[in-house]
Design a binder for this molecule. Structure first.
Ligand code: SGN
Ligand code: CA
Length: 554
């Protein structure tokens, strides 16, 4: 192993020396050749529409100057797709470099546990001498292995005064999760045992997940701002989109005024006195105004959308500050040049498009996730990439960067050539997707499909059998399903062929689908709480809390 390490470091050293030579006129001298450190920053449900580096309608009113630095100094990926647009499955895919049906973590159903005995990229990194740590949200139902250090939130975790779990057990802290996770990351960097050894730290925020609770330093920051509404806020799901019609994730029906938008006479749970008084100074006047104006119909949807944006983007602002703090730390401690900083989210999110919040669908906003990578001296500043990359590729990329062997069972591709500015000819032309969490709270049917640069083909199944095809150039917002339209007959056939090829390549098939459905039915028989979303919201919250408490006592 030592010899292998030596060979890798020599090769990497030579490669870096060559780079220094080629780029010496443009860039400052690189530090002594050594394997780079990696800081992987992932937030939860952060829509690329809410990162100003991606442009868009929110860029000027709700900028993210620190996250934007990564695009400014590195590469912005415009087409980073996830394999399964939901929390745990995305994280499991990243760790294993495998699709959900092979890593076993297909959905977030209560009781789902990731099998940590399997290979993960961080375990391989450890074997080539990387120090590894994970801090923040994990949501894989288990305490992790493959990390020298972990300090994680249980399950979804809390925004205010969160409980953490580390090697010594559970404990609670006062403060705001985004800030605590940042401070913990910096503390770990400061205290890491060997400053000569490269590190990989995964800083994983809870924010800006539902119920979008802004921190004490951001509360009220957007009170005077009116956000532009997306064109499809009042989508009626016509255009042969049968599955979309069945959704239960609209701002209009599924977003609760009290729980989600904080307009309740009941005092907010879990906040201390000081936090509560700050909280009330923002939300009490809003509630009073709401009671007075009592909006209904479309006005109510518009009102809710505005409240949603204020809260969501305030949470994002704290995440942005966190990125700034980490970048400052690197700079102040001579780590800036040899540390790769990655920013991403576990998947994309709807900010009112199609009238929705949440994720799950293979439609644009939730399929795509933001990805920004800064690596001074290797990734050229201000570059924009349009290749179809995926969260399936992250682990493979980190291993390639570290000079470690990529296990054959991993299904992604190393993005290292792309980062170096090469144009790999054999890059994927289509990306495969598969979502399983149904029946569940937002009623998004199980579906799989492929997306190419120009088209998207989706098959919804389980209690529906429905195909969709979108012409992404003519219909970028995916409003008109053209499946079975004679004008697209040839394309449809071609896409079906590509889909079958990819399913075979990734070892996915219908009998696995059937197996997962049967397993789900068995699980529900054993634990009816799995279908908690069928209950009234308050009852659901109560049972859920009870369940989580029991879990905590174990
Ligand atoms: C909770 C949320 C859902 C969300 C899931 C999954 N409901 O159940 O809106 O889709 O998490 O999110 S809430 O009323 O409890 O907020 S994920 O991050 O785990 O994928
Ligand atoms: Ca998520």
């Amino acid at each position: 192993m030592k010899i292998k390490k030596l060979i890798y470091s020599t090769i990497l050293g030579l490669a870096l020396l060559t780079l220094v030579k080629c780029k010496s006129e443009k860039t400052e001298t690189l530090p002594a050749p050594q394997r780079p450190n990696i800081i992987f920053i992932m937030s939860d449900d952060h829509a690329y529409q809410a990162i100003s580096a991606y442009g868009g309608e929110l860029a000027e009113i709700a900028p993210t100057p620190n996250i934007d630095k990564l695009a400014d100094q590195g590469m912005r990926f415009n087409r980073c797709m996830v394999t399964n647009s939901i929390c745990g499955p995305s994280r499991a895919t990243i760790l294993t470099g495998k699709y959900s049906h092979l890593n076993g973590f297909i959905d977030n159903t209560i009781g789902s546990k990731f099998d940590f005995s399997q290979q993960t990229f961080t375990k391989v990194l450890q074997t080539v001498g990387y120090q590894t740590a994970i801090i923040g949200k994990l949501h894989l139902g288990e305490t992790p292995t493959g990390f020298d250090y972990f300090d994680i939130l249980p399950d979804q975790g809390d925004y205010y005064n969160p409980t953490f779990i580390n090697q010594d057990g559970r404990y609670k802290l006062e403060g705001y999760a985004t800030e605590i996770i940042t401070d913990k990351t910096i503390e770990w960097l400061k205290g890491r045992k060997d400053s000569e050894q490269p590190f990989m730290v995964m800083m994983q925020h809870k924010a800006p997940h539902r119920a979008w609770e802004p921190g004490p330093n951001e509360l009220g920051m957007y009170e005077d701002v009116t956000f532009p509404e997306p064109e499809s806020l009042f989508d009626d799901y016509s255009g042969n989109r049968d599955a979309a019609e069945l959704n239960n994730m609209t701002i209009s029906k599924t977003m609760y005024i009290d729980r989600d938008l904080k307009m309740s006479d009941e005092p907010r749970r879990g906040l201390n006195e000081q936090q509560l008084s700050l909280w009330d100074s923002v939300y009490k006047p809003v509630l009073d105004e709401f009671k007075k104006t009592n909006p209904t119909g479309e006005d109510l949807v518009r009102f809710k959308y505005q409240r949603y944006m204020k809260d969501y983007l305030s949470c994002v602002s704290a995440v942005d500050k966190s990125v700034g703090k980490v970048l400052d730390y690197l700079k102040e401690n001579g780590l800036e040049k040899n540390t790769i900083v990655v920013y991403t989210s576990d998947q994309g999110f709807y900010l009112g498009e199609h009238g929705w919040f949440d994720k799950r669908w293979m439609y644009k906003e939730s399929l795509r996730t933001p990805l920004l990578i800064r690596w001074p001296g290797v990734v050229e500043a201000k570059t924009v990439n349009n290749d179809l990359v995926s969260n399936l590729d992250f682990g493979e990329t980190f291993l390639d960067i570290a000079g470690a062997e990529i296990p054959a069972e991993m299904q992604g591709k190393s993005m290292l050539p792309i980062l170096k500015g090469e144009k790999p000819n054999d890059w994927r032309k289509a990306h495969y997707y598969h979502y399983y969490e149904h029946p569940s709270e937002h009623n998004v049917m199980r579906h799989y499909g492929i997306t190419t640069d120009k088209y998207k083909l989706i098959h919804f199944y389980y209690d529906i059998d429905h195909w969709e095809l979108f012409d992404l150039e003519k219909d970028p917002d995916e409003m008109q399903n053209v499946y079975n339209d004679p004008d697209y007959a040839e394309i449809q056939e071609q896409l079906h062929k590509q889909l079958e090829e990819l399913r075979a390549e990734y070892k996915d098939n219908d009998s696995l689908n059937q197996q997962f459905i049967e397993e789900y039915n068995e699980k529900v028989k054993e634990n009816p709480l799995i279908e908690y979303w069928k209950l009234a919201p308050d009852e659901m919250q109560r049972l859920y809390r009870e369940y989580m408490q029991k879990q905590g006592e174990k």
